[in-house]
Design a protein around this ligand. Sequence first.
Ligand code: SF4
Length: 916
Amino acid sequence: MGEQERVRAKRVDEWLAASGAVLAATERVARSVAAAFHGARRAEGHAAWATPAIFTWESWVRERWLERNHSGMMLLNPLQEQALWSRVIRNSRIGRDLHHYDKLAAAAQQAYRLLCSHSPNALTQAARLGWTGDSVAFSEWLAEFEARCGHEGLKSAGRVGLQLADWLRAETGQLQSNDLKADRTPLLLIGFDRITETQEKILHAWGPWKQDDAEMIPNARQFFAARDAAEELKACVAWLRGKIAVNPEARLMVVTTELQKRRGELERALMVAPAAGEPALDFEFSLGVRLDQVGVARGAILILRWLSERLAEPEVDWLLSSGFCSNSPEEELEVAEAMRTVRRRGQERPEWALEDFVSPVRREFAPPAGWVARMTAARDALEREPKRQSPLDWVLLAANLLEIAGWPGFRPLGSVAFQARQRWESVLENCGSLGFDGSQMEWGEFVSTVSTAASGTIFAAESRDAAIQITEPLESAGQLADGLWFLGVDEENWPGRGQPHPLLPIGLQRDAGMPHSSPLADWKLMQEATIRLLASADEVVFSYALQSDEAEARPSRLAAQYLGAATDVPAELMATGAAALKIPLTEVFEDASRIRFPHQVIGGGSGTLTSQSLCPFQAFATARLGAEDWQAAEAGLNAKQRGQLLHSVLHRVWGGQQVGGLSSFNDLNGVADLKEFVRRIVHVVMAESFDSSRRGSLPDRFPARLLELEAQRLTELVSEWLEYERTRLPFRVAGTEVRSNVRIAGLELTLRLDRIDTLEDGSLLVIDYKSGNVGPGAWAGDRPEDVQLPLYASIAMDAKDEPLEGLVFASVRPGEMAFSGRVRNATTSLHAGLSGQSSLVKKPLTEQQLEEWRTIIERLGNAFFSGKAEVDPKDGARTCDKCHLHAVCRVYENQPLDFVAAKVGNEADGDGGGDA
Ligand code: SF4
């Protein structure tokens, strides 16, 4: 225990010993004060002692009010109060034309609380007469809300404090001085940055009270300026490690603004593996997460929603693989496998009704029978219920439906999940209380209310009393530690800026000193918090990063006011910090062993070697571990499906007379009405592709009008392409979608080439259709980005009699029809009129080039075959940004922060062709 905490514990002990009570601003402060009290009793050798009078402010006020609530008024819980606001707004003159009642109701509820706590005088109708703008509407709602509460004997939590103050004042007049002394325990307030007007009224009406004044014990204070956020964090982690090394019992605090946003970054830095012999850092966050983001609650919400509405495909994916509706590991795998089958068959869809998943029209995927039976039973049980019921009836049913569906699954819940389940059940129970006014609702409204309630509930697992507490500046009020580090103390962040409340007049907010009512009000509040933070530990460090979001940052003026100019981060923190962060999350060891690829045939065609070139781990994960990527289903056709259609149309166009297509340049020039010819082919391809009786056809969920538009687009695109091909030198099409087996490094792989043409001199031109932006630059260098055509040209062509003239990408893009690639003599084989500046002419295909490709590709094949699987992206973040394996290779967790920051967006290629 640090000096600050020891001195406070002594003050608290004395206060409690003199029959006083302690009121803490938050639950966390109450816990820490109580923990210090119990620790002191244990240290004194006691085995048992009386429970100390330590309460949170809120619970103390509620209890005092309940003791005096002789007329039996009903105290509204937050959900009930919001529902009442929502009804008031919906039935109001202005509210009838408004939407988003829930959000408005939450805003009105918050405005009402602010008035009750900061400006109770404005609760009278007369005081609101001069209000203008949106405040007028709020004033009307407020009057109606209070009238309803009055008629129905309801009490808002905001009003409780005011009423308690009135009751206490009235009692004071009636009680004799001695009775009063016995009844009114002296109060010690801890952790209050600010006392509101209503709190003051209550305290004055109560009698003896005081705020805990921290003694100004001299402590060590420093202010550092780091180069950037990464360096700042490294130094902080190094400092924490240093403190724990010196005193393993040390209690430390890390404070930062925007904690939710920085949570992941902090977690990663604190979880860095310690050096040999050092303990791992034991830390916890003071702020919780939204309950609807906690697995067990999210699973429950998704199940309840799916029984009556469609879920988005990622939600279904999550639910099925979470295990929250499976009764065994085998069932969990089977149900996830059903979803994989959906993707493999191209049956993905943006949204899934439960019905479509449990009884698909075509039995192309089959979820396990037991799972189907449970989900169907739950849905049927819901359908048997009356349409409208009281919320309490729905709560009972929801619990029953979840049980039928198998929630929360077969896995035993750990301590945190168990607490989350309890929190979920209490939220559900609270929703049942919404029938307090006899109202009924439909199931959809009930489920949406439960989801909103869960998203508005912050779940924090019970504190483990970890050595390092991570918290926000205002949240930290009343907490003490041996050492405190406040991160990000720059001008932008501290003091932070907030917005005044939109439903209350700004003048009133300013006069009442409401939070964020003016920059001055924020400044004053943050100034008080700064002074408090500076006195909260024996050693206090404030820091900021000179470089933030690519702009230069300046130190917070508030910090500079108390700490002077910031100095550089001391070398010892940087040395230790840098050394610490060089240790990646995973333990590093040189693994010289490699497991050779055990098969003779590589799946994935040349794509595997392309992956090996882009990043060896990518090839390993996709070709050997089967870590497939799934394209998200879209309302229309996605890029891949459109690419597939384009390839199918061109395949048929050049498929010869037996399929109504063409075979040569002469055939092409013989077509009188090119557009009509293409339209016919597109029609056939569309009919085949969307024929639900055909295996492997595209999903049949697209509206007819969308398909019509797609057919028009394809007709225009392919007609334009064929017009372009009419400008070529003569050729015959030797084949389309040509399969070719290639042996490399002892392995066999199958290529599928879009098209091969025979030119007039008998040589071959290999063509790869591309609807995206790609050129022969993809074949360049030691690590090419696409190896398919170079692989075919340098290895497969060795076994052919015909010479190779060239390999080209056919760019089939509106207004940009062109060939690009490497051709031996493009002016005699492709286009006679090509200028000398064309890259097709300037960079011809040469024997040397073929030899280089052969060497590179053999090296890649050998590397894959021998098991080379390093995480080594070719172009760092640019390569990773197009890869789906971040979660498997954990590259972002192991790389410096600037690697993550350098992530760049890349457009999908949109090419549907490729290898078999
Ligand atoms: S995300 Fe990057 S490092 Fe990871 S496998 Fe993909 S390319 Fe390699």
